[in-house]
Design a protein. Structure first.
Length: 321
């Protein structure tokens, strides 16, 4: 426990057997004064402290569900009843349908803190909006195929209304699900896009597209953004490797080719979002640029290097803020 720093839940999602799958990121300090921490150590500690992966506080766990950075141990069989094979549904196992759902809230007071994903204000608002979206589609005409919605970002392009960008997931099943149906259900259950529970909406702001369609809406990189691609680390820079996973897009073969339009669209959009994030943070004075070094499968795993000039700010630049 001397090496442990913290854990953060990254996402919750539904499995085909209606269980809840949790993804978390846990941080530890590796140093010579404490026990070295690796994925096997973390796995065994989790196993020991959850009674062989059965109980975590009030939660009952699937004993065969634990993975730590890909490490997994097959659990010993217990006196469980034999599993009777069931006929496989040909639609099961297909990847979920993903839709981008965006709209503007007009009665949520503008506050820059609201747009920082680490702030309590953002987390509170995103939880409430996620709950309302889940209730909306969970009680809609396509509820049999609905899985979950999650808020991706909150922003204010016009400095007045709050724009919500969410991703909603549906099973591939016998019932037809497309952006037209999602849009009609949203309108029907928000009084023609005017209210979502306590939130008042801009009736002209609703936009629903397939997740794969978003790349076509990204404007080409500007000359300044293309120049950033060839900017190298400068003397005195503090360099941080920033890695994260995008869960509402699927990796495609085109994203393995840096010269492809799909790769350019994706990396341009990610770089813009990273720049917007840091330029609206307490590190805005020292931030210079982020470079995407790779995209890899696993939804989409993004690896970047971000450069900061500490001489431009009196605030220290640390890897953990």
């Amino acid at each position: 426990n001397a090496a442990f720093t913290d854990c953060k839940v990254i996402s919750l999602s539904a499995t085909e057997s209606k269980k809840t799958k949790a993804y978390a990121n846990c941080s530890f300090n590796n140093n010579s004064a404490a026990q070295q921490v690796d994925r096997v150590t973390v796995y065994h500690q989790f196993n020991y402290n959850t009674e062989n992966i059965t109980d975590l506080g009030p939660y009952s766990l699937d004993r065969d569900s634990l993975y730590v950075n890909g490490y997994h141990e097959i659990t010993s069989p217990t006196n469980e009843l034999p599993v009777v094979p069931e006929e496989q549904n040909p639609l099961e196992g297909q990847k979920p349908l993903c839709f981008n759902v965006s709209f503007a809230i007009t009665n949520l007071p503008y506050n820059p803190v609201l747009f920082s994903s680490t702030s309590l204000l953002y987390q509170s608002a995103s939880r409430t909006i996620t709950h309302q979206l889940n209730a909306l589609y969970g009680n809609s005409n396509i509820n049999a195929e609905f899985l979950e919605c999650t808020v991706i970002s909150l922003s204010s392009p016009n400095g007045v209304n709050v724009k919500v960008q969410a991703a909603c997931f549906f099973k591939t099943g016998p019932q037809k699900v497309d952006n037209v149906i999602l849009k009609q259900d949203f309108r029907d259950r928000t009084n023609n896009t005017s209210t979502l529970a306590t939130y008042k909406l801009d009736s002209n702001s609703l936009l629903i597209t397939g997740c794969e369609e978003l790349k076509s809406t990204v404007e080409p990189a500007t000359p300044a953004e293309r120049d950033h691609l060839i900017i190298s680390e400068q003397q005195g820079d503090l360099t941080f490797q920033v890695n994260f996973t995008i869960i509402n897009y699927n990796f495609t073969d085109e994203l393995q080719i840096p010269s492809s339009p799909e790769y350019e669209h994706m990396t341009t959009n990610i770089m813009r979002q990273l720049s917007r994030l840091f330029e609206n943070s307490t590190l805005k004075d020292s931030y210079r640029v982020c470079h995407i070094t790779s995209l890899s499968p696993g939804s989409i795993k993004v690896s970047t290097f971000c450069y900061f000039d500490p001489s431009k700010s009196t605030r220290p630049v640390l890897s953990k803020g």
